[in-house]
Write a protein that binds this ligand. Sequence first.
Ligand code: SF4
Length: 109
Amino acid sequence: MKKDTIGRRDALKRALTVLGAATVAPQLLAACGSESSGGLSCTDTTGLSAAEVSTRQSQAYADSSADPNKKCVDCTFFTAGQAGACGTCSVIRGPIHPDGTCNLFARRS
Ligand code: SF4
């Protein structure tokens, strides 16, 4: 006859697996620049050189533009990412928000 209960060791293993997935998943989503609980964020500069981070800062890159006519999505240097994900820029390294902006904005013709 087969028992319907699981042992303490198996129960503990399963609980730790569930807890581990719940802890790691949000970190992975944030690291890849995907949608997180607070919306799309394209500020993770992990992997960029100090010079590349400095360029983002000196050109005042920001995830949102106060001027609706100067958004990255309308800039000639912007390449869109997948839906809901950050894009890229040919002059500013790192993740780029479609609604972002910087001092180098050049309207796409
Ligand atoms: S140059 Fe600036 S405004 Fe244009 S896509 Fe790159 S970060 Fe956005």
